[in-house]
Design a protein around this ligand. Structure first.
Ligand SMILES: [Zn+2]
Length: 524
């Protein structure tokens, strides 16, 4: 036999396609030719495969080898095709059974010694196998626990090419060695954000209430306050108020982390995300690490790693302007598109945005003790960084004052009722979300933050006696139409969290407080 077929998976974004690998051995002069739109790292496969096969004690014929990856139109990135190429080649040469080789999908990168190395994106790749009706997959042993998150398939983890060759009927006597593996324990790290509780926040009651509303309605949030006011402490605790992910959200989010090569990283419990992730990229982060991209297999950025969780931009005006502007489209559509000459990668990015900023570049303008020295020009420039389209998507604008250590001590010593824990707030948030989802059952939306203005003003129109204060502010030009809609949206979430079936004038007042003023812009 000099022609054989095998199968691999190519990924673009979260979408995977089964790729057919054909290996042909002809009697021409020795050569190793790879065709079918391979990228640079894939082209290097020929060297890796050749060395891996020979160092495993298997025979590579000294003839002309042609490997074709099809369909040629589907872009192929990375090194995860190595194993499929090697096995198909061995099948073409008759070292392993061609039937068995074609029966399994092979995913894995080869080391020069024949070892099989972990690859990124195993979860979406195995999902693609299942969707294509494939039932048997070989994956790198280091990726096995992640691959097994997908049920309904026979999945084998291997750490060396020889193990796979033996699986497909190779004669053991020919092999250099057949390594026996101890199962690799998945490294499981506890998220640094796990265990953070909202009850740790002392003396910031209105901020905690605002965070609760943000969690219940899915509202994006901005916090403006001096350094040390606890903005980061609050933001880090927002995920603890959100309900668990659904299975579908969990698979999608885990798949994104898998492609980023963070399969066992932050926030993964039992390897599947159960709790909403929290991502806090630094303001010096590159565009690629924020939005996604990079060379080779496109990587998801922080906005996708925060899928169904929280994206926190601390010191937001310090981010590069193009990076902030790149958030607009994902905020609108819940996904980010990464364009390549070979095709477009799509990554979901349903994140809840929390931005924090100092009141001015020096941070002292809200301080009662120190004097701000910023010029009006530098203040305006600072505020302008966050202007327009980004702030348009933010419903809650909070001003946060620093709480002194004396206030904190008084607060914890006082006989006030003990602050609610995150678990207690989460329970109320879950109830509120269910109420909203029920009200919006006949619409494409499920969270108040998603509901457009016209629907709020017409289909969910509150009585004019309730919106009197708001209508007055609109008439006097103290609030924009957009601001008006925002207040209605927040008032509905307030009603949901209070267990009310309609909004009241109190809910409107509270919503007007939450809407607050934007950085550098005074709106009543
Ligand atoms: Zn200042």
């Amino acid at each position: 036999m000099s022609l054989a077929r095998g199968y691999a998976v190519s990924l673009l974004g979260l979408a995977g396609n089964i790729i057919e690998v054909e290996a042909d051995i002809s009697s021409n002069l020795p050569a190793f030719i790879l065709v079918g739109l391979p990228d640079a790292s894939l082209s290097e496969a020929s060297s890796r495969v050749r060395a891996a096969v020979q160092n495993s004690g298997l025979r590579l014929p000294a003839r002309r080898i042609t490997i074709n990856l099809s369909p040629a139109s589907i872009p192929k990135f990375g090194s995860s095709f190595d194993l499929a190429i090697a096995i198909t080649l061995l099948a073409a040469d008759g070292s392993v059974s061609p039937q068995l080789a074609a029966d399994w999908v092979h995913i894995g990168e080869l080391g020069l010694d024949g070892s099989i190395r972990a690859v990124r994106g195993i979860l979406p790749a195995v999902l693609a196998c299942r969707n294509a009706g494939r039932t048997r997959v070989v994956v790198p042993l280091a990726n096995l626990s992640e691959a097994k998150l997908v049920s309904g398939l026979e999945i084998i983890g291997a750490s060396h090419l020889n193990q796979v060759a033996v699986l497909h009927g190779a004669d053991v006597a020919n092999l250099a060695r057949v390594p026996v593996d101890d199962a690799v324990a998945a490294e499981e790290t506890i998220s640094p954000y796990e265990g953070l509780d909202i009850s740790d926040v002392l003396g910031q009651e209105s901020a905690v209430q605002a965070l609760t509303i943000a969690a219940a309605g899915g509202h994006h949030l901005s916090m403006i306050g001096p350094p040390g006011a606890g903005k980061t402490m609050l933001a880090e605790r927002l995920p603890s108020l959100l309900p668990d992910l659904t299975l579908e959200q969990s698979l999608e989010t885990t798949a994104i982390h898998s492609i980023a090569g963070r399969g066992h990283a932050v926030g993964v419990s039992g390897n599947l995300f159960v709790r909403p992730p929290f991502e806090a990229p630094h303001h010096s982060s590159s565009m690629v690490s924020l939005v996604g991209g990079g060379t080779g297999l496109p990587r998801p950025g922080a906005i996708s790693l925060a899928n169904y969780g929280v994206l926190f931009l601390d010191e937001a005006p310090e981010f590069q302007l193009p990076a902030l502007e790149a958030l607009r489209q994902p905020l609108e559509s819940g996904e980010v598109l990464i364009h390549r000459s070979a095709g477009t990668a799509r990554f979901p990015s349903h994140f809840q945005l929390v931005i924090a900023a100092n009141p001015c570049p020096c941070g002292l303008s809200m301080s009662p003790k120190a004097q701000c020295l910023c010029s009006p020009h530098s203040r305006n420039r600072y505020a302008a960084k966050l202007s327009g389209p980004l702030l348009d998507r933010i419903d809650i604008n909070l001003r946060i004052q620093a709480v002194s250590s004396i206030q904190k001590a008084l607060f914890s010593a006082s006989d006030k009722p003990v602050a609610e824990t995150s678990a207690q707030v989460r329970e109320r948030v879950t109830q509120a979300r269910m109420a909203a989802a029920e009200r919006l059952a006949s619409t494409p939306w499920s969270l108040n933050a998603q509901v457009p203005g016209h629907y709020l003003r017409h289909r969910l129109k509150p009585a004019s006696s309730i919106t009197r204060q708001l209508d007055f502010a609109l008439d006097k030009g103290r609030i924009s139409m957009r601001g008006y809609d925002r207040v209605l949206r927040l008032a509905w979430t307030k009603a949901d969290i209070d267990g009310k079936s309609s909004i009241s004038s109190e809910a409107i007042s509270f919503a007007m407080f939450l809407r607050g003023t934007e950085l550098g812009v005074s709106v009543a």
